[in-house]
Design a protein around this ligand. Structure first.
Ligand SMILES: Nc1nc2c(c(=O)[nH]1)N[C@H]1C(S)=C(S)[C@@H](COP(=O)(O)O)O[C@H]1N2
Ligand SMILES: [Mo]
Length: 546
């Protein structure tokens, strides 16, 4: 192909040969045309760009699914997540909550769509420049993919294949072939011929791209089905120490969140754009680093070990005052202390670092795992094998610590190291190295939109100070503090419900809550941001009573 009058003399793609090539003769003109043909409508360019993008993404998705690596769009999205500054991450969580991931993916796609349409239009005039632009975007995609924390061996392949496909398609749809006298009847004008050829190619490629994308999806969902079926088929081991049954007195009812959070309502926070689907038949976890006897444990080994079952309230450090990034569940797992004992923790190993199959990491002080609390490698939640989004096949659960320093899902490695030698994923991103859960409380009822009537009402909610326990909850109505009644606390590792009767008068009222833990510490009034180590402040609700 000539680099100047690019490809103007080439014959139509399929079967066209023997056409004399008229290459070097053509001057560079704006329309990239031989001069005697009408310029193509600009929207053809946009369409060509979009079809090229679709073909690239479709084929890349297929290659990714077939080689079991992330789809390039997901990979780029994950790279973005890895590098967003703390303020932007907080803004995203605040604005979109757990929808931040779809929003991010749509943004990545939107950027690509706009860029592809522009590249397509550019290709009508300057095909080589447009192809160069495609290559640059593709290379950026490859770099983004391989520099992720969760990068794996062959994950550069899909974006490269996708880029080549996009470039070839863009070239196919953008170069101007000479009308082939034998292919088009004499009645057809050159423009009509070009139009027919363009639309046919675009349509065929579009269908092919959608097909490739569809096959990719089918491969992934069949893989997922196999894994989920394998997991469901498991009978869970009976714990050597079961969780005590939750008494009715742990719940105050009246619209307060259930004491045990149904798994389907349990909050989900992680950096994974697509939940890792781990095959339990090939999964294994290691315990290594500063230990006497490194261990490798597969799923069967893990399930064969003596287990405990405990109620633990997990909390995200990003939970705003009054927020719902908190959930309480019955976890079944192998005590972390047992595993550490077997591996033999060496002197000076002050930190327990852990890593997930997708490269996420965290760490917390070793002393915490050995102080008698029920830290565990959990395999089940609320009587069922861990759901994929909560870490199947195994995750860490450490009572009293925020998830970002302790609760590794899709666990693949536990490594004993020193506090100085390793920082988990969130630490260089502006979050504290230590993550003990702060004493907090939340008003569940009434909420600001409740239609209250004067007279007998109830103010109720939850309070938590995991592993310390709640000693007191106070509620203020219009600034006047009263002590609330406490529901039973089945475990200090879980939250505790509370309520107070309120004889409401008509008008506007401001309700506040504050908790005191068993160390005697009362929640400070001062409002602080969730970063770097969890929000403080009293949850406040304004209500109107009719
Ligand atoms: N692999 C992995 N594990 C992870 C995370 C993550 O991003 N990746 N996030 C942590 C954080 S910040 C929290 S709050 C908890 C949330 O657990 P859940 O989604 O089961 O509620 O998981 C922790 N474990
Ligand atoms: Mo979190």
């Amino acid at each position: 192909m000539s680099t100047t009058g690019h490809d103007v003399g080439r014959s139509p793609g399929a079967g066209g040969d023997g056409e004399p090539r008229r290459t070097e003769a053509a001057p560079i003109v704006e329309a990239g045309d031989t001069g005697n043909r009408a310029a193509r409508p600009r929207r053809w360019g946009s369409l060509a760009g979009l079809i090229a993008l679709g073909a690239g993404l479709g084929v890349a998705a297929f290659v990714a699914a077939a080689t079991k690596v992330d789809d390039p769009i997901i990979a780029v999205g994950n790279r973005v997540i890895d590098s967003v500054p703390r303020w932007l991450k907080e803004f995203a969580v605040r604005s979109f909550g757990t929808n931040d991931k779809p929003v991010l993916l749509l943004s990545v796609l939107a950027v690509l769509v706009v860029a592809a349409a522009a590249a397509g239009r550019l290709a009508q005039r300057r095909l080589n420049t447009a192809l160069l632009a495609v290559a640059v975007v593709g290379i950026a995609g490859v770099i983004a993919t391989v520099t992720r924390t969760s990068s794996r061996g062959s994950d550069w392949l899909p974006p490269i294949v996708g880029t080549v496909v996009a470039a070839v398609v863009l070239w196919l749809l953008s170069h101007r072939p000479t009308p082939d006298a034998t292919a088009s009847g004499p009645a057809e004008s050159p423009m009509a011929y070009e139009r027919r050829r363009f639309l046919m190619q675009a349509g065929l490629i579009g269908v092919g791209a959608a097909g490739a994308g569809g096959i990719a999806k089918a491969i992934r969902s069949s893989h997922q089905r196999v894994v989920v079926a394998a997991a469901r088929a498991r009978t869970l081991p009976t714990p050597r120490s079961a969780a005590k049954p939750v008494p009715d007195s742990a719940s105050v009812g009246n619209g307060v969140t259930p004491y045990v959070t149904p798994t389907s309502d349990f909050y989900r926070i992680d950096t994974a754009l697509v939940v890792p689907t781990v095959d339990p038949t090939t999964w294994k976890m290691t315990i290594g680093g500063m230990v006497d006897k490194p261990l490798t444990i597969n799923y069967d080994d893990l399930l064969a070990r003596p287990m405990i079952e405990r109620i633990v309230t997990l909390t995200c450090v990003s939970n705003e005052v009054g927020g719902d990034l908190i959930g309480n569940a019955r976890f079944l797992g192998v005590p972390l202390a047992d595993l550490l004992k077997e591996a033999g923790v060496q002197k000076g190993a002050t930190q327990i670092a852990s890593r997930s199959v997708d490269g996420w990491t965290c760490g917390f002080p070793t002393v915490i795992a050995l102080d008698g609390r029920d830290a565990m490698v959990a395999v089940a939640m609320n009587g069922e094998v861990l759901p994929t989004k909560h870490g199947f096949p195994a995750r860490l659960v450490v009572p009293g610590l925020y998830g970002y320093v302790s609760a590794t899902k899709w666990l693949s490695e536990i490594r004993l190291t020193t506090l100085e030698a390793f920082n988990g994923y969130w630490i260089p991103r502006g979050w504290s190295k230590d993550g003990p859960i702060k004493t907090q409380s939340r008003i569940d009822v009434p909420n600001s939109s409740a239609g209250l009537t004067a007279g007998k009402n109830v103010i109720a909610g939850v309070a938590w100070a995991q592993h310390r326990g709640i000693a007191k909850v106070e509620v203020a109505v219009d600034g006047e503090w009263r002590e609330a009644k406490l529901a039973t606390e089945p475990t200090v590792d879980g939250w505790r419900q509370w309520w107070i009767d309120w004889d409401a008068t008509a008008g506007k009222h401001v309700l506040m809550v504050r908790a005191t833990d068993t160390t005697g510490t009362t929640q400070p009034e001062e409002r602080t941001d969730v970063a770097p180590n969890g929000a403080t402040g009293w949850h406040t609700v304004s209500v109107k009573v009719a």
